[in-house]
Design a protein around this ligand. Structure first.
Ligand code: NAI
Length: 662
């Protein structure tokens, strides 16, 4: 048979009996296991099956192997039949690879995730390079699904059930060395050795890896019923089945079918995955993934040059952490504060962050070298962007900008981190008001994925685009918002926190209020959140935002601030704190009460989200949902507050139809 003409793959042979199949999806930055790629690998397999080479190596011509399924295609699936057909086709492809007569080797560099790792698991051997950019994992649970191309069955057979379940339930990824220690790959080598390592493995064919010892025993018929309840308890402490069914489905699959022959396990995997795809969580989490992609794409589309040098003014809670994050992500940063001890404290915090994230001392040193203490503020003159994070005081900020404009370059952008001051008032004294934008980071900077890019009335498109490009370059999600009190995120959070404060003032237990919010799926209760932000900060923000609205701030809130009970930082707030942790009292509450109170708490947030959409604070409703999920942690399984509101009203409408037709 002659070699097929392929667009997304190529086949090379060197005369030693090995066929090298190279994946390289045309016109894409990364390979994804789309139906187009599946179709071409099928054609390549027709050729390989007819030629019967001594061995096959599958690699990628791109920096990554396969980054997973094509999530856009998953989002476009119209029917369950289509989903079932796609899963069946993927399983058949992996079965064909596994059934090839000669040895097969996956040659892995870069991302090898989801369907990509399932393809590698269908090969007899796997070789990865040991660069930090190489990541292996099955993160499907993050999309509300689980592996469907044989991964849930093959992974436990190769590395044993406990590590396999841990990888699939957490969705975490491993580098080459960690994958080697776990037995997931046969060798982890330097990038320059990877071709030779793959070639040798293919020719020597020493026999595939299989789980042995306790790892094999843990999957046996007597061990599964013992291990399952233990793992289920751990799972229940993290997520609820009705909100996140995928990890529970994975556990069920293994407990019921872990001992079955492979074809039966594959059928069970397929059926279980189809049930998940039918449910709301999967489509909502796929929506969240696509929203995240949209924010990144919009920043990339701006095509503004990324900033080389950023000057940060103010090394307090926010400015210090912003400077450290910028340096961690490759920017050269100069940092000034009127207090030298604030700069010193930032350098200490930055080193801890770099050591945690970068591990290798040479990289930590390089990042520290990028973060330059600049007590005289000389860096401002050379900066592409100046980020201002000084105290929240209009006159102090305006005075600073007047001085700044005398020294910064004509093209330099000034970005303020203000939470509540109107950009129009801040810009009014500037000679070039168009250069002022907002870059509103959230606290804690290292953990929060979103940054609001605030466009004031006079901000130029160029300044906004440069702000967005900086946000994208430091691995955060930029959300363009219109300048208005509270922007988007604080504005929708405020009525939610005030509702909680009102319930508390009416005598409801604070523990029950916070528990109800978490029961709904929020990452933290509103009272704990207010305490950690600082009650004085919350009150000031609430007062600014409620000026134009008829929202009442409970007297109890004012009283707490008057008494100096400012939250975690003062050791008292809604809670009492011991060593930074709130002292909670146990309360027992039934599910129905928690559900009712959870709804009551998020209702004002949802209504405010609708107003933000109607007032055009962001471009459309999807972006309101994106801001709520990535900025407030709003229960991701719902797909965002507006999407949640819409699906609940259509649910109610169909219940109504059922009642009237019944
Ligand atoms: P902070 O009080 O911790 O830090 C402010 C720093 O600015 C201090 O170290 C102070 O010495 C320094 N500073 C004051 N005037 C200065 C000047 N003229 N030149 C140089 N340094 C000066 O305040 P924080 O919390 O970091 O807030 C900074 C800005 O970020 C404010 O606009 C605030 O609204 C905003 N923000 C705060 C958040 C938070 O959670 N704390 C969240 C998002 C925004």
């Amino acid at each position: 048979m002659s070699k097929p003409e392929l667009q997304h793959c190529s086949i090379t042979e060197n005369g030693d009996g090995i066929v090298w199949l190279w994946l390289d999806v045309n016109g894409a930055r990364a390979n994804t296991l789309s139906t187009a790629l599946i179709a071409e690998v099928e054609q390549a397999l027709d050729y390989i099956e007819s030629e019967q080479p001594r061995a096959v190596v599958i690699g990628s011509r791109k920096p990554g192997f396969i980054a997973g399924a094509d999530v856009h295609e998953l989002g476009d699936l119209d029917s369950i039949d289509q989903a079932e057909a796609l899963i069946r086709r993927g399983q058949q492809l992996m079965d064909r690879i596994a059934a090839l007569a000669g040895p097969t080797v996956a040659r892995i560099q870069g991302h090898c995730l989801g369907g990509g790792l399932e393809l590698a698991l269908a090969c007899r051997y796997r070789v990865a390079d040991n660069e930090p950019s190489t990541r292996l994992g099955l993160p499907e649970v993050k999309l509300g699904i689980h592996p469907g191309f044989g991964g849930s069955a093959r992974l436990p057979m190769i590395i044993g059930a406990p590590p396999a379940l841990d990888l699939m339930l957490s969705g975490r990824t491993l580098d080459g060395r960690a994958a080697r220690r776990m037995g997931l790959v046969d060798h982890a080598v330097s990038p320059w050795q990877i071709d030779e390592a793959a070639r040798r493995l293919a020719l020597s064919d020493p026999g595939p890896r299989r789980a042995r010892g306790w790892r094999k025993l843990a999957g046996s018929a007597w061990a599964r019923p013992v291990i399952r309840p233990f793992m289920e308890r751990q799972l229940r402490a993290k997520v609820r089945r009705e909100q996140y069914p995928a990890p529970y489905a994975l556990l069920d699959l293994w407990a019921r079918h872990g001992g079955d022959p492979l074809p039966r396990r594959l059928r069970a995997e397929r059926e279980s995955l189809v049930r998940l795809v039918e449910g709301d969580t999967a489509s909502n989490l796929i929506r969240v993934f696509l929203l995240q992609d949209r924010l990144k794409d919009e920043a990339r589309a701006s095509r503004a040059a990324p900033a080389d040098h950023v000057h940060v003014i103010g090394a307090g809670t926010m400015g210090g952490d912003i400077a450290a994050w910028l340096a961690l992500n490759g920017c050269r940063v100069t940092l000034v504060d009127e207090r030298n001890e604030a700069i010193a404290s930032t350098l200490r915090r930055a080193r801890e962050l770099f050591e945690r994230r970068l591990k290798k001392s040479a990289k930590v040193t390089a990042a520290m070298d990028r973060l330059i203490p600049d007590p005289r503020g000389r860096g401002a003159a050379r900066a592409d962007i100046v980020i201002e994070a000084i105290v929240e005081d209009l006159e102090a900020k305006r005075g600073l900008y007047a001085e700044l404009e005398k020294v910064i370059g004509p093209e330099a952008v000034i970005a303020t981190n203000t939470s509540s001051l109107p950009l129009e008032e801040l810009a009014s004294g500037l000679e070039q008001p168009g250069r002022l934008i907002g870059l509103h980071f959230f606290n804690p900077v290292a953990k929060m994925p979103l940054i609001e890019v605030v466009a004031g009335d006079s901000s130029t498109e160029d300044a906004i685009a440069r702000g967005q490009a900086l946000v994208a370059a430091i691995d955060k999600l930029p959300l363009r918002v219109r300048s208005a009190p509270g922007f988007l995120v604080n504005r929708i959070l405020m009525p939610y926190m005030l509702k909680a404060a009102r319930l508390y003032a009416e005598g409801e237990s604070r523990e029950r209020i916070d528990q109800a919010a978490r029961h709904f799926g929020m990452p933290m209760g509103p009272l704990e959140l207010a305490d950690s932000v600082g009650l004085d900060v919350c009150l000031a923000a609430a007062e600014t935002m409620t000026q134009s609205q008829e929202v009442e701030i409970p007297e109890r809130f004012h009283q707490l601030v008057r008494e100096g009970r400012l939250g975690r930082k003062s050791g008292h707030g809604f809670y009492e704190y011991h060593k930074g942790k709130p002292k909670r009292q146990g309360v027992r509450t039934d599910d129905a009460t928690l559900r009712r109170m959870g709804q009551e708490l998020v209702q004002p947030l949802i209504e405010e989200a609708e107003r933000c959409r109607d007032e055009g604070i962001v471009a459309d409703g999807d972006l309101v949902d994106a801001g709520a999920i990535f900025g407030t942690g709003f229960a991701p399984f719902t797909g965002g507050p507006l999407h949640y509101r819409e699906s609940r009203s259509s649910e109610r409408a169909s219940e109504g139809d059922a009642v009237s037709s019944g």
